[in-house]
Structures are given as structure tokens and as C-alpha cells.
Design a protein around this ligand. Structure first.
Ligand code: PRP
Length: 177
């Protein structure tokens, strides 16, 4: 059955304002430093592209692709790296850029993995954070928007690889999940 876009969650204007706010915060916090933004493929690529262009301190990018094992609806927290970083993060000020933090398990794994590589500092910037009970605790310094536990698409987020190109973020109807 074709998925149905049920509800607009964030308009392009709201997203733009949120990304501006995060870029301003990061630019202030990292004044005088250089940042390595680590985008988590595929979802984060749209957000990272917009965020990076609004940050005013020097920025480098790299990307990592991971997949998590588990059932269709529940991730197990076991993560496999499908594409590793090209760069060495040792001594760099790293910010992991995520489109969405859901259970937090992917991020918990990525934090451990990145910390083991010896960055000068490590923070996380997530456009969306789901508010769900029992979520694994990860310290996310930069959060764009907190959203309820609904399935969202657009602005990089997909349903079966579709809808990543939508300029807004919307909730899908329950029967399409
Ligand atoms: C999404 C998102 C995070 C992860 C968050 O990626 O980009 O990496 O899920 O889930 P968690 O907090 O429950 O661990 P997804 O696996 O959908 O891949 P994609 O970015 O390629 O769409």
C-alpha cells in the first residue's frame, strides 16, 4: 500500500530557522577552532549540507555509513560500519551530525567508536530527537527539534528510500509504517 503523508511536522521555514540556530550556537562555541563534521549516511546528508554552509568557523566534512541489526521495528543496538570515515579524527574537534536520534542506540555506538579514535573533542548535533520512554541516554549537545514518537520523512529522512528529497518534514500514516 502506498504510504500517505499524514501531517506536516516542520515546514521549510521552521527547519531553516532551526538550522540557523544550531549553526549560530556551534559557530560561537567553536570560535577560534576548526571543526570536523561527521555526517551519518544517508539521512544526515541534507541537514549537514545546510548546516555546514551556515557555520562561520572553518569546517571539514567526512561521512560514515552504519546499519543496525534487529527486527524491522526494533533495533538491537548492534551496529555495523558499512562505510568508514576517510579521515583520521585524532586531535580534531569532531561533531557527529545526525538527522534523527530515535532509540539512541546508533548514536551510543558511534560515540564509543569515535572516542576510541582520540578526537580533541566530541559532540553531537541532531536535527531531530524523538521523545520516547526508555531511550538510551546519550548526551546530545545540539538538538534542532524534539518530536513525538511518530514515523517522519523528508529533509533526508526516508520511508523505503523514498521522500528524502521533501523540503519539509512530515509524519506518515500508521498503516504505511
Ligand atoms: C536513522 C538515523 C540514525 C538512526 C537512529 O538511520 O539516521 O542513524 O536511524 O536510530 P536509533 O536512534 O534508533 O539508533 P537509518 O538506519 O534509517 O538509515 P538512513 O540514514 O540511511 O536512512
Amino acid at each position: 500500500m502506498a504510504p500517505r503523508i499524514e501531517k506536516m511536522m516542520l515546514t521549510p521555514e521552521e527547519i531553516r530557522e532551526g538550522v540557523w540556530r544550531l549553526a549560530r550556537q556551534i559557530s560561537t562555541d567553536y570560535e577560534g577552532k576548526e571543526i570536523l563534521l561527521v555526517g551519518v549516511l544517508k539521512g544526515a546528508f541534507v541537514f549537514l549540507a545546510d548546516l555546514a554552509r551556515l557555520i562561520t568557523v572553518p569546517v571539514q566534512f567526512d561521512f560514515i555509513a552504519v546499519s543496525s541489526y534487529g527486527s524491522a521495528t526494533k533495533t538491537s543496538g548492534v551496529v555495523r560500519i558499512k562505510k568508514d570515515l576517510d579521515m583520521d579524527v585524532r586531535g580534531k574537534h569532531v561533531i557527529i551530525v545526525e538527522d534523527i536520534v530515535d532509540t539512541g542506540l546508533t548514536l551510543a555506538y558511534l560515540m564509543r567508536n569515535m572516542l576510541a579514535r582520540g578526537p580533541a573533542s566530541l559532540e553531537v548535533c541532531a536535527l531531530l530527537e524523538k521523545e520516547i520512554p526508555g531511550k538510551s541516554e546519550v548526551n546530545i549537545k545540539y538538538v534542532g527539534f524534539k518530536i513525538p514518537d511518530v514515523f517522519v520523512v523528508g529533509y533526508g529522512l526516508d520511508w523505503a528510500e523514498n521522500y528524502r528529497n521533501l523540503p519539509y518534514i512530515a509524519a506518515l500514516s500508521k498503516d504505511s509504517q
